[in-house]
Design a protein around this ligand. Structure first.
Ligand SMILES: *Cc1c(COP(=O)(O)O)cnc(C)c1O
Length: 394
């Protein structure tokens, strides 16, 4: 045991020496436009709280109501005695919102992706996956027996090459898997082109819309709605725009969802979602569907923030998503800038290798409908100071 622990401690020491150790800060307030850390108040620019629903009183009331009516938890997986009326109601609400036949809940989207591929694809099948897909898609694909093909991020020529290779290999079913939004850059997947290639090569399209459901596209129905093309299977989360609590889903054709209920391991062998979480998510979907005002505020904030950063002279990745990365080049610059911003009352996170390529370190800022102009203008002042002091701004 002591050799074991010494080895682990050595590895941790190496991570620390390389500047790769992640340190967590404790927030003592609800998640919101401002958060309290210790006794300090911080403008929060790094939550996935796009619609500002994480501390919304309607969601909290819905959860509290379900706590009173349904208790805390199910103490069972769904198929034994863990299916409650609120689970089915939430599945129906997700399916209706996304225009799908049915949906199935998971403890997280990590589990939805982890349990998606293995039940649907066997050794005679193929999965064609974007190189920048989320870790949970990568893990889910590892767990299935299908042949794997990988295409360069959003590269449609390479996607076609890989689809052709999959067909040449005699694959029975072919599934294209992509994030709807690539979260390090805030770039959208080219779903119209992906759909066209899918038709040509008779592939089905799976989209992970975690950074889109609720706020991207008409009525917030996500990246397929934004692109004006259907996805065959959509996975998503309740842990980001839709209240930020916990839980994920897969939505799709009825036979797909039924097969997942029969065979998807994270569904079969893991506890049902708490009823309170389901009640809050149902409320979040209602608010999102009617949430043009929230989406307008989010878009306004994103435009104001992006323009402000560009005026100050920062290198900002182009785009329309409320993920707005500020490029710093070196990892040390991203870390120094995040640390200085924290001293100035702005909570952001630096991202660097191995999460993004070497030399492309960044501060990934994220807009929220909960932020107001005064917050953003204060944060811009802080960015100007921190940018100059750390040399990110010339
Ligand atoms: C956040 C995220 C997930 C994981 O969602 P959880 O519900 O938090 O497990 C999966 N895929 C993508 C693209 C994500 O951004």
């Amino acid at each position: 045991m002591s050799d074991f622990l010494n080895g682990i401690e050595t590895e941790l020491g190496e991570l620390d020496a390389a500047g790769l150790l992640k340190r967590e800060r404790e927030i003592v307030s609800p998640q919101g436009a401002h958060v309290r850390v210790g006794s300090g108040d911080f403008i929060n620019l790094c939550a996935n709280n796009y619609l500002g629903l994480a501390d919304d009183s309607r969601l909290v009331a819905a959860a509290r109501g379900a706590l009173d009516s349904h208790g805390l938890g199910m103490a069972s997986v769904r198929f034994i005695c863990g299916t409650g009326d609120l689970h089915r109601a939430l599945e129906a609400a997700v399916a209706a919102y996304l225009g799908m036949e049915d949906a199935i809940l998971y403890a997280a989207c990590f589990d939805a992706n982890g349990g998606l591929f293995e039940p649907l694809l066997g050794a005679e099948d193929a999965v064609v996956s974007d190189a920048l897909n989320h870790a949970s898609i990568i893990d889910g694909i590892r767990l299935c027996k299908a042949q794997r093909f990988r295409y360069r991020n959003a590269d449609m020529d390479d996607l076609e090459t890989q689809l052709r290779a999959a067909r040449k290999a005699g694959a029975r079913r072919v599934m294209i898997a992509t994030d709807g939004v690539f979260s390090m850059d805030g770039y959208f997947a080219p779903l119209a082109e992906i759909r066209a290639l899918a038709e040509r090569y008779e592939a089905v399209v799976m989209v992970d819309d975690c950074h889109a459901t609720g706020f991207v596209g008409p009525a917030g129905r996500g990246t397929p709605a934004r692109a004006g093309v259907p996805a065959d299977i959509v996975t998503g989360t309740f842990g980001k725009a839709l209240g930020g609590s916990i839980g994920g889903f897969t939505a799709g054709p009825r036979p797909v969802v039924e097969m997942l209920r029969q065979r998807s391991r994270p569904y079969l062998f893991s506890n049902a979602l708490p009823p309170a979480v389901c009640a809050a998510a149902i409320e979040a979907l209602k608010i999102a569907e009617a949430g043009d005002d929230l989406r307008a505020r989010l878009d306004d904030n994103a435009a104001h923030w992006r323009a402000g950063l560009e005026t100050l002279g920062f290198e900002v990745l182009p785009g329309e998503h409320p993920i707005i990365p500020v490029m710093t080049g070196e990892a040390t610059a991203a870390q120094a800038m995040a640390a200085r911003l924290f001293e100035l009352g702005v909570y952001v996170a630096g991202f660097f290798y191995p999460v993004v390529p070497k030399g492309q370190a960044r501060i990934r800022t994220q807009m929220s409908a909960a932020l107001n102009r005064a917050d953003l203008d204060l944060a811009l002042d802080a960015f100007a100071v921190a940018g100059r002091e750390t040399g990110v701004l010339a």
